[in-house]
Design a protein around this ligand. Structure first.
Ligand code: MSK
Length: 664
C-alpha cells in the first residue's frame, strides 16, 4: 500500500464514491485511486521530453537544448507526442463510427434482423449530406447507400470529408486556406502516424497543423458519423427521466453494468433485460427482477435513448464492483480499466468482454456478432442471473439523483420553438440580450490524479451562478447528473437570474446532457447552427462560448479539444499539459493556433482560474459582437414565481423586466 494514500474525501467529491473508497481502504482493495497514489507520474514523460519513436532511444531530453540521437529537438518531440495522442483519439472515435456503419449495412441488407432504421427522418438528413438519392426509395435502400457512403468517408481516394459542409461557410474557408480540410478519416490518422515516424516531419508547427487536420476528421467525420448512425439505428434522443449514481443498484435484483462506448450490443442487452422470459429466469434464481446500469459512454448512449440509469463515471467502474451487487459487468471498447478483472475475482462479479477488438486476460469473452445480437444479449443476461445466488455482503451506497437527459441538437431546437417554429433563435436572443452570458461545453473524463468530480462540480456551479448555459457529454455529464444539475428545478437552486428565467420559460435544466464522447459532434452542430442563425457573428469563433475537459485523461479528449480549437473554439484542458514545459509548442497551441484558426488550447488545473479565464473570454466575445455588458441585476424579474409582483409594475417597468432595456 502507498504511504501517501489520500483519504477518501480527498480522493473524491462524490459521496457514494467516498463511502466505497473507505471500504476499499478498510479491506485493502486495490483501485485506480490507490494505484495512482502508489505511483508518481514519470516526470520526463509528463513534461513531453521523452521520445520513443525509434530504436535509438528512448531519448530523454532533460536538459535545455538537448536533442535526441537523431537530432530531434524538444519541440519536435513534444509536437510528435501531442499529434500521436490526437491520432489515437481520432482513431478510437472514428473506428467506433465505422462499426456502426457496418451494422447499418447489415441491417439494411437483412443480415442483422435485430436492428432496423429507428429514425427515418435522420436517415434522410444523412442522405442529403452524403449525396444519397432519397426520392421514391425505401428506408432499406437509402440505409444501404448511407452505410456505404459513410464507409467511403473513411478511405475515399479523392475529395474531402462530406460533413465539412455542415460547418459555417467562413470556417470551411479557413480550413481550405490553411490546407487542413481532412481528405478522409483514415488518411489523416495514417498520415499523422507517418509524419511523426522517425525522420519524417520535423517542424513542430507543421506537425501540429496536421494534428488539427486529423482531429477535424474525427469531429466532423468519424464522431459525427457515429452520432448520426447511432441515431438512425437506435433513435434520436429526446428527454427521458432517469437516475444517476451507484444507489441505482438493487439488493434484490440482478444488476448488470454495461460499460464502454458502443451502443450496438448494449441496446440489445437492455432489450433482453426487459424480456419477460429473462425476468422469469432472474426470478428463478431468487431475484425480483433485472436492473441495468451504465458506466462511461455506453451509459450515456443507453441513457439518452432508453433512460437506462447511470451507475457512474470513469472512476466509479471499480467502485461498482466493490458494492458486491454487480452480477455482471459487460464491457465493449475504450476506458475499461484492466484492474476491474483483478477486483472482480475477489467478488462474485463476472467481467464479460464482447468486442472482437478488446479482450482482457482473465475475463469471460463472449464475442458480439450483429447477425445474432439479441441471442447473445440473452445469453449474457442469463449468465448475470446465474451469478445472483453467489452474492456475499453488499455495500450499495444510498446516493442516486434524478435527471432529465436527451438533449440532442434536434431536441434543443424543438424545445425552443416546437414543430411550429423550432430554431436556435431564442437561444441566440437570450445570449444577445445578456440573459444567458454565454455557453460552456464541459466534457471529458475523470482522472485519479485529480480529486474525482471536484473540478467538474466546481466549474459547473460557478458557470451556472454566472448565467452561463452548460452543455455536457461524457463523464463530465455524469458528474453533473450526480450533482443534481440536470433537472429543470436545479435552475431555481443554482442558476443566476437570467439563466433561471430562460430555463423556467423553456422548462429545461440549466445543464444539458448531450450524450457520449462521440456526441461532442452534437455540440459542433449546435455551435454551427448558432453561427448561421444570426446575431452572434458568422463563425464558431465569434460565439461567446468555451469548451473544457477539466479532468481529462484519455487521448480522445486531446483529439476532441483539438478539433474544437480547429473549429474556432477556446478550449481549456484541466490537469497537466503534455507540452507545457516546451514553451514554443505550448505557445503555439494557444497563441499560434489562435492566429491561424481563431481557437486556442490552454491547460490549467486550477478551477478558479478556469472559471476566470472562461468568463473573461465570454465577455470579450460579447464586447467584440457589440452585445450589452453582462449585468445580472437586469434579470430575475419574470417567471411564475414573480407574477404577482410583475403585475403590480407599470407598463414600462414590465417591458424593462422582460427585455432588460429601459423604456423612457
Ligand atoms: S468515457 S473518454 S473517461 S469522458 Fe467516453 Fe469518460 Fe473520458 Fe472515457
Amino acid at each position: 500500500m502507498a504511504k501517501n494514500i489520500r483519504k477518501p474525501e480527498e480522493a473524491s467529491r462524490d459521496k457514494a464514491s467516498i463511502t466505497l473508497l473507505q471500504l476499499a481502504c478498510d479491506h485493502e482493495y486495490e483501485t485506480s485511486f490507490s494505484r495512482a497514489d502508489a505511483m508518481a507520474p514519470c516526470p520526463i514523460g509528463a513534461d513531453g521530453y521523452c521520445c520513443k519513436v525509434c530504436g535509438m532511444g528512448p531519448c530523454r531530453l532533460v536538459k535545455e537544448g538537448q536533442t535526441g540521437v537523431c537530432g530531434a529537438t524538444r519541440e519536435t518531440v513534444a509536437a510528435r507526442n501531442f499529434a500521436r495522442m490526437v491520432a489515437a483519439g481520432a482513431a478510437a472515435h472514428s473506428d467506433h463510427g465505422r462499426d456502426l456503419a457496418y451494422t447499418l449495412l447489415a441491417a439494411a441488407e437483412g443480415h442483422a434482423p435485430d436492428y432496423k432504421v429507428h429514425d427515418p427522418a435522420k436517415l434522410r438528413e444523412m442522405a442529403l449530406y452524403l449525396d444519397v438519392e432519397i426520392d421514391g426509395r425505401t428506408n432499406e435502400e437509402i440505409a444501404k447507400d448511407v452505410a456505404l457512403k459513410s464507409l467511403e468517408e473513411f478511405g475515399k481516394p479523392q475529395g474531402e470529408i462530406l460533413y465539412l459542409k455542415r460547418a459555417p461557410k467562413k470556417r470551411q474557408q479557413i480550413w481550405k486556406e490553411l490546407k487542413i480540410s481532412p481528405r478522409n478519416i483514415d488518411r489523416e490518422i495514417v498520415e499523422t502516424m507517418h509524419r511523426t515516424n522517425v525522420g519524417t516531419d520535423q517542424d513542430y508547427e507543421h506537425i501540429l497543423d496536421q494534428a488539427m487536420r486529423c482531429a477535424l476528421g474525427d469531429g466532423w467525420g468519424g464522431s459525427m458519423l457515429a452520432t448520426d448512425l447511432s441515431d438512425v439505428l437506435f433513435g434520436t434522443p429526446g428527454p427521458v427521466i432517469s437516475e444517476a449514481n451507484l444507489g441505482i443498484l438493487k439488493e434484490d435484483e440482478v444488476n448488470i453494468i454495461i460499460h464502454g462506448h458502443e451502443p450496438t450490443l448494449s441496446e440489445m442487452i437492455v432489450a433482453a433485460a426487459q424480456d419477460p422470459e429473462m425476468i422469469e429466469y432472474a426470478k428463478s434464481k431468487g431475484a425480483k427482477g433485472i436492473t441495468m446500469g451504465g458506466i462511461c459512454c455506453t451509459a450515456n448512449e443507453t441513457l439518452m435513448r432508453e433512460g437506462v440509469p447511470l451507475a457512474g463515471n470513469f472512476l466509479q467502474q471499480e467502485l461498482a464492483i466493490l458494492t458486491g451487487a454487480v452480477d455482471a459487468m459487460v464491457v465493449d471498447i475504450q476506458c475499461i480499466m484492466q484492474g476491474v478483472v483483478k477486483l472482480a475475482n475477489q467478488f462474485h462479479t463476472e467481467i464479460i468482454t464482447t468486442s472482437p477488438k478488446a479482450k482482457i486476460s482473465g475475463a469471460t469473452h463472449i464475442e458480439f456478432d450483429e447477425h445474432r445480437a439479441l441471442e447473445i444479449a440473452k445469453d449474457i443476461v442469463r449468465r448475470a442471473a446465474d451469478r445472483f445466488p453467489n452474492r456475499g455482503e453488499m455495500h450499495i451506497p444510498e446516493e442516486h439523483t434524478q435527471l432529465i437527459p436527451g438533449f440532442s441538437h434536434e431536441y434543443i431546437t424543438y424545445a425552443l420553438g416546437g414543430f411550429y417554429r423550432g430554431s436556435l433563435r431564442p437561444l441566440n436572443d437570450a445570449i444577445m440580450s445578456g440573459r444567458i452570458r454565454g455557453v460552456v461545453a464541459n466534457i471529458g473524463c475523470n482522472n485519479p490524479r485529480i480529486c474525482h468530480d471536484s473540478l467538474h462540480q466546481y466549474v459547473v456551479t460557478e458557470f451556472l451562478k454566472n448565467d452561463v448555459l452548460v452543455v455536457e457529454t461524457g463523464c463530465g455529464a455524469i458528474a453533473s447528473a450526480k450533482q443534481g444539475y440536470m433537472t429543470p428545478e436545479a435552475a431555481f437552486e443554482v442558476a443566476g437570474p437570467g439563466l433561471r428565467e430562460v430555463c423556467e420559460a423553456v422548462g429545461m435544466p440549466p445543464v444539458l446532457h448531450m450524450g457520449s464522447c462521440v456526441d461532442n459532434s452534437r455540440i459542433l452542430t449546435v455551435l454551427a447552427q448558432m453561427a448561421t442563425e444570426g446575431g452572434l457573428g458568422d463563425d464558431i469563433s465569434d460565439i461567446p462560448a468555451v469548451g473544457m475537459a477539466p479532468e481529462w485523461m484519455s487521448e480522445k479528449a486531446i483529439s476532441i479539444g483539438t478539433y474544437c480549437v480547429a473549429s474556432g473554439a477556446y478550449v481549456i484542458m484541466g490537469h497537466s499539459s503534455p507540452v507545457e514545459k516546451v514553451t514554443e509548442v505550448n505557445n503555439f497551441i494557444n497563441e499560434g493556433w489562435e492566429k491561424k484558426v481563431g481557437g486556442r488550447m490552454e491547460f490549467c488545473n486550477d478551477g478558479e482560474e478556469i472559471v476566470r479565464r472562461s468568463l473573461a473570454h465570454i465577455d470579450k466575445k460579447r464586447a467584440d459582437l457589440g452585445l450589452p455588458v453582462y449585468d445580472p441585476t437586469k434579470w430575475g424579474k419574470s417567471g411564475d414565481w414573480r407574477i404577482e409582483e410583475f403585475m403590480e409594475l407599470s407598463l414600462p417597468e414590465r417591458i424593462e423586466a422582460a427585455y432588460g432595456n429601459s423604456v423612457k
